[in-house]
Ligand binder design. Structure first.
Ligand code: ARG
Length: 431
């Protein structure tokens, strides 16, 4: 009895120590050195970089020799490696599972989804994404997740969440899977300018950091035409005006040509997917400084995982058209110089595979530096000034990753990140 008690006690202590290590308070000073650093602001590679992180934030950055090692600093020697700012994924669904689409997903409760979020937050962080924007979750499970992460009770990225996506009755963001007697509708379903304004106020009230809207139909929703505009211009204008009054950014799901342009005209901050954007849409996005967030890896998973993951046959049919066109649109938008952020829609595909999109972004027209900027400095800009992420600059969070080799020579290196540091804590790859 005594033996088993002391055994379980020491197991408990061990678990507590392990947890303490992962979730340790972000205090103290760390001196980091490496072989190379991707400077995402200048777009250049810096040789022999050094930086100091104090109490979770960057206190100094420069080269070895120019940055003094503070007394008592913990040394993080990343010799042989390249460091980059922690990556940012601007479109994830942490509470969703990649293997439960279509009718399968109906069985998931808000409790299940919250637990999904805990598991997926950790996977996302381990993939090198130290910040992420969660665009659409039921039951405010995303708000609960953000709160626990912000309090350092869980392991995961810094999270910016939208709560339930706002969209038209029967639209992409509604639940259209069940017959009328079930009276099923998503929490964000609303109609008319004042109806959608009320929803904006509601999601703000319950803790959202930003607004997600569904401007057009989608691939994975039942009975929606992917190219069709679903929110009227007046509704989007009203949403953006109210969001601005409340100090919230707006992300618009939009595949179809007209819906994309209406969303840009309304003044949204990011257009998600942007699959059928035409030249006028590209011009408008450039003029208005609107970011595009194009999930161009997604198609490979949807088409290969097919029925096993529960995707509806109609979704697979839509995807066969959307995936190809979206990649062509991506190439045109990059050529035209539209501002871009990295958004993967992970959750449709497995969390932790976020980084697979980098090589596709390069394959379809970006330089490796542009792809990295989309996931760092650009993403930070689109999140807003207070985010303090995305660059390795004094005052920003001490969030960085390290990889062996040079990601500017081989971008696919970012699919396997060796070291992850969040707020000065080494959360992966402790040397
Ligand atoms: N959530 C998106 C939708 O249902 C996924 C689109 C995926 N396809 C793509 N080619 N990006 O519309």
């Amino acid at each position: 009895m005594a033996i088993s008690l002391s055994r379980s006690l020491s197991a408990l202590l061990l678990a507590a120590t392990a947890l303490g290590g992962v979730l340790s308070a972000q205090a103290g000073t760390t001196y980091v050195q490496a072989d190379r650093m991707v400077d995402v602001v200048s777009g250049k590679l810096v040789e022999k970089p050094a930086l100091v992180i104090t109490d979770g934030r960057i206190a100094a950055v420069g080269t070895q020799g120019s940055v003094a090692v503070p007394d008592g600093a913990v040394r993080l020697d990343l010799t042989g490696m390249t460091i980059l700012p922690g990556l940012i994924d601007m479109h994830v669904h942490l509470t969703g599972r990649h293997d439960m689409h279509g009718y399968e997903g109906l069985a998931e409760s808000t409790g299940d989804e919250t637990i999904n979020g805990v598991i997926h937050a950790e996977k996302t962080l381990m993939a090198g994404f130290t910040a992420a924007r969660n665009l659409g979750a039921a039951g405010y499970s995303d708000v609960a997740l953000r709160r626990a992460l912000a309090a350092n009770r869980l392991n995961g990225p810094r999270l910016y969440v939208s709560g339930p996506s706002i969209g038209a009755t029967g639209g992409h963001c509604d639940n259209n899977l069940l017959p009328p007697e079930y009276d099923a509708h998503s929490q964000g379903a609303a109609d008319g300018p004042w109806g959608v304004v009320r929803k904006v106020r509601e999601v703000k009230k319950y803790g959202a950091d930003l607004i997600k809207i569904c401007a057009t139909g989608g691939v994975l929703s039942k009975g929606t035409q992917v190219g069709a505009q679903q929110l009227a211009q007046e509704e989007m204008d009203a949403i953006v005006a109210e969001a601005k009054r409340l100090g919230l950014k707006v992300a618009a799901h939009a595949h179809g040509t007209a819906g994309i342009k209406a969303a840009i005209r309304a003044g949204v901050d990011t257009v998600e997917h942007a699959s059928f954007i035409d030249d006028e849409g590209i011009k408008l996005a450039k003029e208005r400084g609107t970011y595009l967030s194009m999930d161009i890896y997604n198609t490979e998973y949807i088409l290969s995982a097919g029925e096993a993951a529960g995707f509806l046959p109609e979704s697979l049919a839509k995807e066969r058209v959307v995936g190809k066109t979206q990649r062509e649109s991506f190439t045109r938008a990059v050529k035209a110089g539209v501002k871009m952020v990295f958004g993967s829609d992970a959750g449709v595909y497995p969390h932790g595979d976020n980084g697979k999109q980098f090589s596709r972004m390069v394959q379809f027209g970006m330089t490796p530096m542009q792809a990295i900027q989309a996931a760092t400095v650009n993403a930070a800009d689109a999140l807003g000034a207070s985010a303090d992420v995305g660059t390795l600059a004094v005052g920003r969070y001490g969030d960085l990753i390290a990889v062996k080799g040079d990601p500017l020579a081989d971008i696919s290196i970012l699919e396997k990140v060796d070291v992850v540091v969040k707020g000065g804590d080494v959360v992966k790859g402790k040397p």
